[in-house]
Design a protein around this ligand. Sequence first.
Ligand code: CAO
Length: 453
Amino acid sequence: MSNIIEVKVPDIGDFSEVEVIELLVASGDTIKAEQSLITVESDKASMEIPSSAAGIVKSLKIKVGDKVKEGSVILEMDAAQETAAAPAPAAPATTAPAPAPEAPSPAPASSAPVAQPDRASAAPLAGLASAPVERHSPTKAYADANVPARNLPHASPSVRKFARELGVDLGVVMGTGEKHRITQDDVRLFVKQALAGGVGTLAAGGAVGGLNVLGWPKVDFAKFGPIEAKPLSRIKRISGANLHRNWVMIPHVTNNEVADITDLEALRVTLNQENQKSGIKITMLAFLIKAVVAALKKFPEFNASLDGDNLVLKQYYHVGFAADTPNGLVVPVIRDADRKGVLEVATETSELARQARDGKLSPAQMQGGCFSISSLGGIGGTSFTPIINAPEVAILGVSRSSHAPVWDGQAFQPRLMLPLSLSYDHRVIDGASAARFNAYLAALLADFRRIAL
Ligand code: CAO
């Protein structure tokens, strides 16, 4: 005996209307109670709507693109006898364990470096696979959890399917797409980081390894006042993901030093006066790059990268410098800085900084760096913690120089002092080495003749 019922959109929280972006069943399908019927999406989140009953789909009453709200009829169903009369079961919103994961695809085609999976650490992936997949849908269990619907991850059906296949909980993946939408590349990066042991894998079973932290809070800021949502620039999305990984995965320590650059600044001013006609401005950054090269030669473990248990020591000296551009931070690289004079380095940095501001740098101009300098001296500050530009192992942050009284043994003298903040990877560099490197750098800047030694 047939028992035709209408299956409707349940209470979906704060949303008045949401768009149907996917039909998950068709006429004639036999479906179970709690099975997902459609996917809907607001401007902030997407979610699957489950069936309140089991039975055979007679006809769909909506199509992709329709707007629905609580009470909208999704389909007519010939309900199975045992479930037709009963309300939706209070089953937990979890499903069977995820299938075994496939090997993640190659890195996304971007100039940004991504962490290489560490083959020895397969454990986090195993944890990813065995954790039950959380199905985000407004079922009774979900409602009981009292999670606002807008906390659901914002991702397309194909990305959610991809994440389900890998056993990734999208709730803890950072979305870099438009309106923080989670892309397939975000899921891939998350898995790579999990493989490398650097990210907590917060599927429903709890943390498997790495960080056991709460998901990112999602707040409806518009509830508190007017807002404007502005997508991050492409550079910010890429550099942000890299900075985040480097900050989380590298044990940073920062050593602070001050260099007496009174004489060097006087020399710089004199040289610039002499060179006025050439149009080339000798900058403090050019002197810093040359001094850094000398320090890298003296302390080779700073000119290195970690490769598993090996330290790769480089015999070339390519120095990157952070350049602020309207679209975000980029790090062009001066190649073979050891073979160039201060004038040549100054010319090249100013040309690269110009190209960076115009958005004209090629990926090749930002690759191969051994060590980076982040100079905020032209802007301000007294010290900061620069984030290491992996796979490099150290970075020098430079703040604004200022006059300070310095004791010369008999009296205080006004000296121009330059703050140097050296962040280093403590897996590679000891605190004592970092202090020696920074002190050596300060000594070179205090008396640039030492560079000839
Ligand atoms: N202390 C005091 N003054 C300084 C200084 C310092 N350490 N460094 C530079 N200045 C002064 C210069 O003397 C110059 O002053 P004048 O215009 O009076 O001559 C002015 O600041 C500009 O300096 P500059 O032309 O030498 O440029 P720069 O070397 O400071 O900067 C560049 C070049 C590309 C590094 C810079 O444009 C830039 O992008 N800086 C920001 C880097 C950044 O964002 N780092 C943060 C990364 S982490 O988030």
